[in-house]
Design a protein around this ligand. Structure first.
Ligand code: AMP
Length: 458
């Protein structure tokens, strides 16, 4: 009996796994430029981490958690998001006391939500995100937003839209919630059952409702900006002005409240747009949170962070042809001519691997044509063909499968020739990928490297 994957989950293999690795490695190296360090927390947490932390009124906690009793009758939950678990880890380990503040952490891993699966929405998906804890500053909020935009531009996204809002401090939100209750109470009978519950639990969530008729009603609701305290307003405009100074365009979206309970002050989302301006939706969401550390048993420290959906980033990069050249390949296929060459081909393959290049060879005798097909399927750039004659003369036939050029290479020269064929910039070690084939006048090269080849040319 063939067993299907669990609904809303998917297997990630080969090129797709490489895309995930590619995306996460660029995201990691970008946030590391800002001083963030990796944290890994368990997938399983005590359910209270999310009911208290993420918040009982959020849709994620009310409807979407994978919660079960373990064999010791404890209620545990597979994380639906990372922030609450990370804050739990900071409190459990007392890092707020033993580590230098602010704590600057990044994470990458799977999250689980029982949502209705649809395009770009899974029940198991991956998030890459950051948390900065222990610094209450409009500048820190701005830096997080700038870093998120920077990360997406490093991945090649040229057209992004930053939506940003302030949901104010506790006092601003309380006043605003009262105004929302007053406004929605007279219309609530026309609204969806979820909104009826939201009116009781947290009326801000009504602004997140996706039901078109409810969204229409929400259009006439009071505006958050009219309820911001003076301090929250000042803080928000300071954040906006720093973001603006970096040439980042933004849209203040008064309806943006974000779905999780812990947010306060600045919240934001980043959408990817097509060249024509079509909005593909949010790939990143985040904001400032006030009382979360205290709520989970620690001191009163603020935090700010964001989460990016890796599947959505990967799929939009594919749509925008940003991953066309990213392919899972093997560098070299070693081809023994005849059964007797299998052992020597195996040794040669191990030697190629010890030079740092990936290599494969057949484990049983194969016809030449079949080996070339295998090499092609594996995306190999180089075939090394080894027969008795070559072995006796201390050489190998090297065929570049992209250019189809074949040459005899002495085994003693194999490392240098493979470096030239597979890693051309390693020749002079200048890090320039043009290998001197460029018009720069030395120094900074158009490829981004410092080109010593062109200095030599001068
Ligand atoms: P959130 O934690 O809801 O703010 O989500 C942050 C980001 O994670 C979103 O912008 C999406 O890119 C991604 N995301 C959230 N839920 C899902 C899901 N069910 N499937 C895939 N990606 C998701």
């Amino acid at each position: 009996m063939a067993i299907a994957p669990v609904k809303g989950t998917k297997d990630i293999y080969k090129d797709e796994a490489l895309y995930h690795r590619y995306v996460s490695s660029f995201l990691r190296s970008t946030v590391e430029l800002y001083g963030f360090k990796e944290i890994e927390t368990p997938v399983l947490e005590h359910t209270e981490v999310f009911t208290h932390g993420t918040g009982e009124s959020s849709d994620v906690v009310r409807k979407e958690m994978y919660t079960f009793e373990d064999k010791g009758s404890r209620s545990v939950t597979m994380r639906p998001e990372f922030t609450a678990g990370i804050v739990r880890s900071i409190v459990s380990n007392k890092w707020y006391a033993t580590e230098d503040l602010p704590l600057k952490m990044y994470y990458h891993g799977p999250a689980f939500r029982y949502e209705r699966p649809q395009l770009g929405r899974y029940r198991q998906f991956h998030q890459f995100g950051v948390e900065e804890i222990g610094l209450d500053s409009a500048r820190a909020d701005a830096e997080i937003v700038i870093m998120a935009i920077h990360s997406l531009s490093v991945l090649g996204f040229k057209n992004v839209k930053l939506k940003i809002n302030s949901i104010g401090d506790a006092e601003s939100r309380n006043n605003y919630k009262k105004a929302l209750v007053e406004y929605f109470s007279s219309r609530i009978d026309e609204m969806c059952p979820d909104c009826k519950e939201r009116l009781e639990l947290n009326p801000l969530r009504i602004l997140d409702c996706k039901v078109p008729a409810d969204q229409e009603i929400a259009k006439g609701a009071p505006s958050m900006k009219d309820y911001l305290s003076e301090a929250s307003e000042k803080r928000f405009y300071e954040t906006l002005s720093i973001i603006n100074d970096f040439g980042i365009e933004y849209e203040v979206d008064d309806g943006l409240v974000r779905g999780l309970d812990y947010y306060s002050e600045m919240v934001f989302e980043i959408h990817i747009l097509s060249e024509e301006g079509k909005d593909y939706g949010a790939v990143c969401g985040g904001g400032h949170y006030g009382g979360l550390v205290k709520l989970l048993g620690g001191p009163d420290l603020p935090g700010v962070g964001y989460a990016m959906g890796v599947e959505r980033v990967v799929s939009l990069m594919q749509d925008n042809h940003l991953l066309d050249d990213v392919k899972e390949t093997t560098d070299v296929y070693v081809m023994p001519i005849g059964q007797d060459m299998l052992d020597d081909a195996f040794t040669l393959t191990m030697n190629v691997r010890s030079l740092g290049y990936s290599a494969e060879t057949p484990m049983a005798n194969m016809k030449m044509g079949a080996m070339f097909k295998k090499a092609e399927k594996r995306g190999c750039k180089i075939a090394l063909i080894l027969g008795e004659e070559e072995l006796n003369s201390g050489v190998v036939q090297m065929k570049n499968l992209e250019t189809q050029v074949q040459k005899t290479v002495a085994l003693d020269d194999l490392e240098d020739v493979l470096n030239e064929e597979l890693n051309p910039s390693s020749g002079c070690g200048c890090g320039c990928s043009c290998d001197g084939d460029c018009d720069c006048e030395g120094g900074e090269c158009e490829c981004g490297g410092k080109c010593c080849c062109s200095e030599e040319k001068n």
